[in-house]
Design a binder for this molecule. Structure first.
Ligand code: URA
Length: 455
């Protein structure tokens, strides 16, 4: 077999066999097939696409390039949630202890902030002492004891994606649905969960800007996941505005804790948008974990469970298991902020506009990077205490002079850059804006045809 023939076949729109995909990906990871040939192949995939079978095969071959978490000996069911990334998205911090309280184990491997999107690991590391670099044995022990464990991906997890993603990044081949599917799903499948709920976001702060594009990705993810033997559901959710009232690492931990104490639940004061998305995702985790017959029942189960207080207890227990300090966390709550701060108010020029109609998530995400919440390059440090608190969200009435946001920056320079970006993120209107639909659609697999060599 020769790489050049595989590239030519894909260039001409042919379906690649399992053996050809194994040869190409295996050779790339082993170093016998060079970057330039894999770049050419990735561009051919970009233009020609891949069949459902090819995508599932590529995902499976990539998954098997590294270690797959062995969860044997720990009772399931195992279900995880994955989001395609956004601004203020802290649903994982609420969902993992919630699922655990429902009797579902959540083996969660997460990522870091990059570009305008936040990362679960950076949020967790804002908790004093919290470790996210667990060994496999530590991960298994904590998962068995607390019902969930949260860690970063080790170098051994899907090495093929590490190489391929870096190559796609510099060859303009990231935006390919089959390549994105294989990249995301191979890493998620490596966790060993049998059930996966995908939160595929659309809107300015999402990876996919348009709902139609997000739906294509969601369909590809659920169909490929099903072909790999996973129970899988995706929700299309709105990421045009940041989720919740806080953006920032420690701030988002605090907001998650508020939600675990009932904020935003069943009409209670708090981030209703964040709770809506969280509960809809939690409902699907309950369905996939066999705890509810349908999402309506699952949602009620989640609401009752949070109201009962067990998820909060498990969250704090897990903080301790992962070497964080729950006492310090509760002491710092509401107080630990960067010393450089400012307020953003409704400008005096907005005398006629009575409503806040949009806060652009992408602009907020970029401002958050300037403040020190996120990073432009993977090696950049982040600040635990920088961030933004929204005092108003879209749909609320406003008048000139109202405080809209409090902003904390790691350094004066960052504040200077972020303030105009945040001001520009806010849109006003004279008329009441239409209500935002936070969960647009649920997507389930079309049919299930398992690929060879899957679990
Ligand atoms: N996120 C991933 O993990 N992979 C992609 O290809 C795109 C987004």
């Amino acid at each position: 077999m020769r790489a050049v023939d595989i590239i030519a076949a894909k260039r001409d729109g042919k379906e690649l066999s399992r053996e050809e995909i194994e040869f190409l990906i295996g050779g790339y990871v082993a170093g016998s097939i060079p970057d330039y040939q894999v770049s050419a192949w990735a561009m051919a995939v970009f233009f020609q696409g891949m069949s459902a079978l090819e995508t599932a095969t590529l995902t499976n071959v990539m998954l098997r390039s590294g270690t797959v978490m062995d969860l044997s000996g720990i009772p399931g069911p195992f279900v995880d949630k994955h989001s395609t990334g956004g601004v203020g998205d802290k649903t994982s911090l609420i969902l993992a202890p919630l699922a655990a309280a429902l009797g579902i184990r959540d083996p969660m491997m997460s990522g870091r902030a990059l570009g305008h999107t936040g990362g679960t690991l950076d949020k967790l590391e804002a908790i004093p002492g919290f470790r996210t670099n667990l060994s496999i044995e530590e991960f298994r022990t904590i998962l068995a004891a607390d019902g969930f464990a949260m860690t970063g991906q080790t170098k051994e997890v899907v090495p093929a994606d590490r190489l391929l993603y870096a190559l796609r990044d510099v060859t303009s081949t990231v935006e390919s649905i089959p390549l994105i599917t294989a990249s995301i799903l191979s890493k998620k499948a490596a966790e060993g969960a049998e059930g996966l709920v995908f939160d595929v976001k659309y809107g300015s702060g999402a990876f996919m800007k348009e709902a139609a594009q997000a739906e294509k990705l969601a369909r590809s993810l659920v169909n490929t996941g099903a072909a790999m033997g996973k129970k899988i559901i995706a929700l299309l959710t709105d990421m045009d505005e940041p989720l919740g009232n806080m953006v920032g690492n420690f701030l988002e931990v605090e907001e998650s804790l508020d939600c675990l104490e009932g904020a935003g639940l069943r009409g209670a004061p708090g981030p209703a948008d964040l709770m809506e998305v969280t509960l809809e995702l939690g409902a699907r985790m309950a369905v996939l974990g066999g705890k509810a017959a349908d999402s309506k029942e699952g949602r009620k189960l989640c609401e009752d469970c949070i109201a009962g207080g067990k998820p909060r207890e498990l969250f704090l227990q897990n903080v301790k298991s992962q070497r964080g300090d729950p006492v310090k966390l509760l002491e710092l709550r509401g107080k630990w902020r960067s010393p450089v701060s400012a307020e953003i108010r409704v400008p005096e020029s907005k005398v006629r506009e009575r409503y806040l109609c949009r806060i652009d998530a992408w602009k907020v995400g970029r401002a958050a990077v300037a403040l020190g919440v996120g990073r432009n390059r993977t090696e950049d440090p982040v600040s635990p205490t920088a961030g933004i608190q929204f005092h108003k969200k879209s749909g609320e009435t406003v008048k000139a002079g109202d405080v809209l946001m409090t902003v904390w920056a790691a350094a004066e320079e960052g504040l200077k850059t972020a303030l105009p970006q945040l001001e520009a993120a806010v849109e006003y209107s004279e008329k009441i804006p239409p209500e935002r639909k936070l969960v647009l659609k649920e997507i389930r697999p079309d049919s299930v045809t398992k690929v060879r060599g899957t679990m």
